[in-house]
Design a binder for this molecule. Structure first.
Ligand code: ATP
Length: 364
């Protein structure tokens, strides 16, 4: 690890509400950086996304990819617009290309509820959820993206890819994450979520999981089928600690996780590799609310807090970790009184109200 406290952050605002929620997020990052001191983030803006594709015919210019690659971390807001597509009908998703190019194999999707916000589950325990869904992000069924084999007009085939290399690094990440969480009072349990009762590729996935689990004997390793996990995410999600799964399963389950938190606008995410990492809210570009002031920036702010935590961890800067915690706590405190409810959750608060409250809580 190279110790540093001077970070280059590539900022990709992207499409839809992305350019609305990005500037206040960068301002918040500058604010916590000033408050804590001892580290600096230099922000560099780059273009990518569906609107750019419509304009220039290229959703991810070389300059952006190179800029992202040269940065210490990438902060990405939202990309893709439903009406702008590739000629074969697929959505423009340069964030997936970045994941593949930079080998961001660990898709970290924290599911944490904030007391004070309306959530769909009535059980009191659902008010205090804190688990992490880890989604493999470079292979699985998504490895077939753009490579569908068509047999005439009779059948279409997408291939599910599970590799030893991809699985080993994912499981090691999962166990290290559970270990870190265990020191913070969580159970220290990793659950392998698969469909090993039906598909041989998942039997292989499980086998590798069991092999890697042996390296972490002080942690608990268990297994669950993806269908049972979907059930338990609604029935008893408070029992989870770290769930680790294949790309498409993770894609689906992480939306369920966002629902447990109350909505897409609350759920943060990170896609992490050995050298690079992207931090991005789970939601899409929400074109239906662009310009209305209704965008909920919470997921973006929490993703930015995760970025500071990761930078601090990766490069040995306790100050960056402290700043990340400060930002995350200010967000949590903003909702505690129950009087700040985002539009998407049936309330009357949008980008400005939520940002003002977070800023006030940082100061106070
Ligand atoms: P993608 O496929 O790119 O993930 P999506 O089809 O899931 O996108 P989103 O853009 O996430 O769609 O939007 C789904 C719904 O949630 C829309 O009605 C949108 O307005 C709402 N929504 C998403 N993000 C936010 C947000 N940050 N604040 C408020 N509403 C949001």
């Amino acid at each position: 690890m190279t110790n540093t406290n001077d970070f280059r952050v590539a900022v990709l605002a992207g499409d839809g509400i992305g350019p609305e929620i990005t500037p206040p997020c960068v301002e918040l990052l500058e604010r916590v950086q000033e408050m804590v001191g001892g580290f600096t983030c230099r922000f560099e803006n780059f273009e990518a996304g569906a609107a750019l594709y419509q304009r220039d015919g290229n959703a991810l210019p070389d300059e952006t990819l190179k800029g992202a690659e040269a940065a210490d971390a990438i902060l990405l807001a939202a990309m893709g617009l439903p009406d702008i597509r590739y000629p074969d009908g697929r959505e423009i998703a340069p964030q997936l290309d970045i994941r593949e190019e930079l080998e961001l194999y660990a898709g970290v999707r924290p599911v944490r509820t904030f007391p004070g916000l309306p959530i769909p589950l009535a059980n009191e325990r659902a008010q205090h959820l804190d688990f992490v869904l880890l989604r493999e992000s470079t292979e699985g069924l998504f490895a077939s993206r753009g490579k569908t084999e068509m047999v005439g007009d009779d059948s279409a085939h997408d291939r599910l890819t599970i590799t030893r290399h991809g699985s080993e690094r994912l499981f090691d990440y999962a166990f290290k994450l559970a270990d870190k969480r265990k020191s913070a009072g969580h159970p220290g349990r990793v659950t392998c979520v698969d469909k090993a009762n039906v598909l041989g590729s998942f039997v292989f996935f499980r086998k590798i999981f069991a092999e890697r689990a042996e390296k972490f004997p002080h942690l608990e390793a268990d297994y669950a089928y993806v269908d049972a996990t979907a059930l338990n995410m609604i029935r008893s999600p408070w029992n989870f600690d770290v769930l680790v799964t294949e790309n498409l399963f993770g894609d689906i389950l992480s939306d369920a996780g966002a629902a447990l938190m109350g909505g897409m606008g609350i759920a943060p995410s990170a896609d992490i590799g050995d050298k690079h990492a992207v931090f991005q809210p789970c939601h899409g570009s929400a074109p239906d609310i662009v310009g209305s002031g209704k965008a909920n920036p919470t997921a973006m702010y929490l993703s930015a807090a995760m970025m500071l935590d990761w930078l601090g961890d990766q490069y040995g800067s306790p100050e960056a970790i402290e700043a990340g915690a400060l930002l995350s706590q200010a967000v949590e405190k903003s909702f505690a009184a129950g009087d700040l409810v985002p539009h998407e959750m049936g309330g009357g608060n949008g980008l400005k109200d939520i940002t003002d409250r977070v800023v006030a809580n940082l100061q106070g």
